[in-house]
Design a protein around this ligand. Structure first.
Ligand code: PLP
Length: 381
């Protein structure tokens, strides 16, 4: 029940990668036959990921994870902005820390950052982008799908608001890729981040799409790998695994979407029947079917979200909370607060996220355990 955090490696992905760990170990930059064999595998992995998002192969660079892709997009563009007299970045209050932290870093080094509000479902309004963007805005970064609540942003509309005003647009598509169609031309984005471990691929690899003609500072200085964008010997095995995982996800995308929509409707219905004081987060408008994020209304019941999770874990159910542990204290989720939840309700939140192995039985078991735990540790007001 925590597939948004990560997913198990698909055995087919493991088999596709295996030869590149043990037999086909050539350095993809070597010119001998061992190197060329690796180069072919690397390039065809790049080709297939590019094709899935409507990009050209040369617009994709492999990086180590989604976090690196997000850092690359913001810092890589920011480094080029100053020469053009631009120093303003726009993002939102509901982004992943992989965006918020680079923005905080850039704001300490002379850039000004606007954090847009989100509505009660976690979405950004294109009107807000148009009002915030100005001649000094170099890049606007807004996520495609929110990782905590699953809401889908109207990226095409948001991107137009940025690009009409000569700012670049980046989207973090880590949670949407493989689950709903992601096409860089339909979305109209200049940069886009991906990660393999959210789609049954290996941990340790992601990719950044950079539209042809968009200038970015190189992220790693060294050799000329990844067209000079990101030096370092290429990780061919993980690239092969990423491409395999992406292609499997796309083959089953529609069927999984239907199946998970059915499971989510059942799950939500059962939870709402049991708990009249339940609030569903990010439920209006388009949202992904594998994420169900619920809060216990603090005006009606007092319940400690951490204790809830701990007890679910004891019952064999791994879910995530609506809070993050930072420097030893439990902070309520910045996403839920940005959506307007009060601190106590945000703390009493659980994110369930389903995946290919989740069954109706898993849902029934989760609801039954949650019911048992809430009866034990919840105090009605
Ligand atoms: N962006 C979003 C929306 C995410 O959900 C995550 C991971 O949770 C990341 C970025 C970071 O990706 P990675 O774990 O590959 O660094």
């Amino acid at each position: 029940m925590d597939h948004t955090a990560t997913t198990p490696l698909d055995p087919e992905v493991f088999e596709a990668m295996r030869p590149y760990f043990v037999e086909k170990f050539g350095n993809a930059s070597s010119i001998h036959s061992f190197g060329r064999e690796s180069r072919v595998a690397l390039d065809s992995s790049r080709d297939s990921i590019a094709a899935l998002i409507g990009a050209q192969s040369g617009e994709i660079s492999f990086v180590s994870c989604g976090t690196e892709a997000d850092n690359f997009a913001l810092k890589g563009v920011a480094a080029m902005m100053t020469a053009r007299g631009k120093n303003h970045i726009i993002t939102t209050r509901a982004e992943h820390h992989a965006i918020l932290e680079p923005c905080a870093y850039l704001s300490r080094t002379g850039f000004s950052v606007t954090f847009l509000r989100v509505d009660s479902s976690g979405r950004v309004d294109a009107g807000d982008v148009r009002r915030a963007v100005n001649a000094r805005t170099g890049i606007v970064s807004i996520m495609h799908v929110n990782n905590e609540v699953g809401s889908v942003n109207p990226v095409a509309e948001l991107a137009r608001a940025a690009t009409d005003n000569k700012a670049l647009f980046h989207t973090d598509a880590v949670q949407s890729f493989g689950k709903i169609p992601v096409d860089v031309n339909d979305l109209g984005v200049d940069l886009l981040s991906l990660s393999a471990h959210k789609i049954y691929g290996p941990k340790g690899i992601g990719a950044i799409y950079v539209r042809r003609g968009v200038e970015t500072e190189r992220f790693m200085h060294g050799g000329g790998q990844e067209r000079g964008r990101r030096a370092g010997t290429e990780n061919v095995a993980l690239a092969v695994g990423f491409a395999k995982a992406a292609s499997l996800m796309h083959q089953r995308m529609e069927a999984e979407h239907r199946r998970l929509t059915g499971l989510k409707t059942r799950f939500r219905g059962m939870l709402e029947d049991r708990f009249p004081f339940l609030l569903v987060n990010g439920d209006s408008g388009e949202s992904l079917p594998h994420i169900l994020n619920v809060s216990f209304d603090s005006t009606r019941i007092e319940i400690d979200g951490e204790a809830l999770l701990f007890n679910l874990d004891l019952a064999g159910i791994a879910a995530a909370s609506g809070s993050a542990c930072s420097s030893g204290s439990v902070e309520p989720s910045h996403v839920l607060i940005a959506m307007g939840r009060d601190v106590a309700t945000a703390r009493a939140t659980i994110r369930f996220s389903m995946g290919v192995s989740t069954s109706a039985d898993d849902i029934d078991q989760s609801v039954a355990e949650l019911d048992r735990i809430v009866r034990r540790i919840g105090k009605k007001r």
